[in-house]
Design a protein around this ligand. Structure first.
Ligand SMILES: *Cc1c(COP(=O)(O)O)cnc(C)c1O
Length: 427
């Protein structure tokens, strides 16, 4: 059987379609847009009818396959999902809600799901290249660790992670700047939005492009987004579930939208943000207004100009988005109160991001859209944010991978938040 490759377009123009390899390896389209698939494929009926009992790796395989077929052979993809996901995405009951625990990977946040597939896909797609690939990635905290861990010691690929100095936790900093080897770390004197701006500018810089083969690994990269759709589909083993997604850059929620469009029986999404509520405000008003990000205790969501919004807007009108997504915003005070209350009522530890999700559901409870089973994506392990969690509810058990990371020494350089300072490091 001849398989057609999926084509990917820029969110800004339908003129220059590329294949998966090009979309993944270049990260950002030449016109500054984000790559999106020309169509969202449909899950086979047989897969949808057996979701409740399917193995997570098999769901991943079915999810990713149509996006990469003819470029990554099925047997290679099979090996990739087996080796990328030696852990689960369990749905656990807490009171009358479900928590989709996405923190059982090596860096204890959901970003492991995207980064671990991406690293394997990049290594495979570049298997015949001689020039090394350099990946630039901006992080608000968790992306950097997941990408660093995913690509650590991958041959022919080096990574530079930019993070906002002083705005990530000591553990996150060790996950990013403690590996060494092919992973470099830059502490930027600015916000996450500054880091993201620097990366975008460097990726577009003609001189730099002449000198090295560059790519990005942010959630703007389609190869991170697609594998994340799999855990939404796994959660839809409970058909008609409403899923609340603690959101910052909106890559995670966009992956959920893909899962739903592929046919996963998800009833409704809730997009819960901290006070950086650009998207909830858009859902209310229909007017998109990016802002400067503000620091909160859910720092991986401190994003005022969420880059994946461009992808959401390319697939859905405002009216459609409003039907599928309820927006809600949660303050730091409400987040702390929620961590305390959920622990005292159920003995369950929530990290600050997941607590934003829990509180978001509280705030919308009673709306007709929020009846039936409700699941909250737990995007990070509580021990990852011990600075916030411990004073409120004591010590959450620490996974081994985090205990090991805490022992590492930080090796990073500080740069001001301007593009020339970043370019100087390479040119
Ligand atoms: C990255 C991150 C988020 C936000 O995810 P987006 O895809 O950027 O919306 C939420 N929680 C945690 C713990 C994260 O690391």
């Amino acid at each position: 059987m001849v398989q057609c490759a999926m084509r990917y377009y820029s969110t800004r123009s339908k003129n220059n379609p590329v294949n998966f390899a090009a979309a993944a390896l270049t990260g950002l389209a030449p016109d500054g847009g984000l790559f999106i698939p020309e169509e969202i494929p449909q899950y086979p009926k047989a897969a949808l009818s057996s979701l409740g009992t399917m193995d997570y790796r098999d769901i991943s395989f079915e999810t990713i396959k149509p996006y990469v077929q003819s470029e990554i052979p099925a047997s290679v993809l099979e090996d990739m999902v087996q080796s990328a996901y030696p852990f689960e995405a369990p749905l656990v009951g807490v009171g009358d809600r479900l928590i989709l625990e996405l923190f059982h990977g090596p860096t204890a946040a959901f970003k492991d799901f995207g980064a671990r597939f991406m690293a394997r896909a990049f290594a495979y797609l570049r298997r015949n290249e001689e020039k090394p690939l350099h990946i630039l990635v901006a992080t608000s905290g968790d992306t950097g660790g997941a990408v660093a861990d995913g690509f650590f010691e991958v041959e022919g690929i080096s990574v530079t992670v930019l993070y906002p100095k002083g705005r990530i936790t000591p553990l996150q900093e060790r996950q990013i700047a403690g590996l060494g080897g092919n992973i470099s770390a830059l502490a930027v004197e600015g916000s996450f939005d500054d880091c993201q701006r620097l990366v975008k500018a460097a990726l577009a810089d003609e001189n730099l492009k002449k000198k090295m083969v560059l790519s990005s690994a942010n959630s703007i990269n389609i190869s991170r987004l697609i594998p994340q759709a799999a855990y939404y589909t796994a959660a839809a083993g409970i058909p008609g579930i409403t899923l609340c997604v603690p959101s910052g850059n909106f890559g995670n929620l966009t992956a959920g939208l893909y899962a739903m469009k592929m046919g996963a029986p998800i009833r409704q999404f809730i997009a819960a943000t901290n006070i950086n509520k650009t998207v909830p405000d858009y859902l209310t008003s229909g007017e998109y207004q990016a802002r400067t990000s503000q620091a909160t205790i859910s720092n991986a969501m401190d994003v005022g100009a969420p880059s994946n919004f461009e992808r959401m807007a390319a697939h859905f009108s405002w009216e459609e988005m409003r039907r599928i997504i309820l927006g809600v915003s949660v303050s730091d005070e409400e987040t702390r109160e929620t961590i305390t209350r959920v622990h005292s009522e159920y003995g369950y530890f929530l990290d600050p991001h997941s607590a934003v999700g829990w509180k978001g559901v509280d705030k919308l409870q009673g709306m007709p859209e929020v009846t039936g089973p409700v699941g909250i994506l737990s995007t990070a392990h509580p021990a990852k944010f011990a600075e916030t969690v411990e004073p409120l509810v004591g010590h959450a058990p620490v996974p081994d991978s985090l205990a090991r990371a805490m022992q590492r020494t930080i090796h990073s350089q500080t740069i001001p938040a301007d593009v020339s300072a970043l370019l100087e490091k390479f040119l």
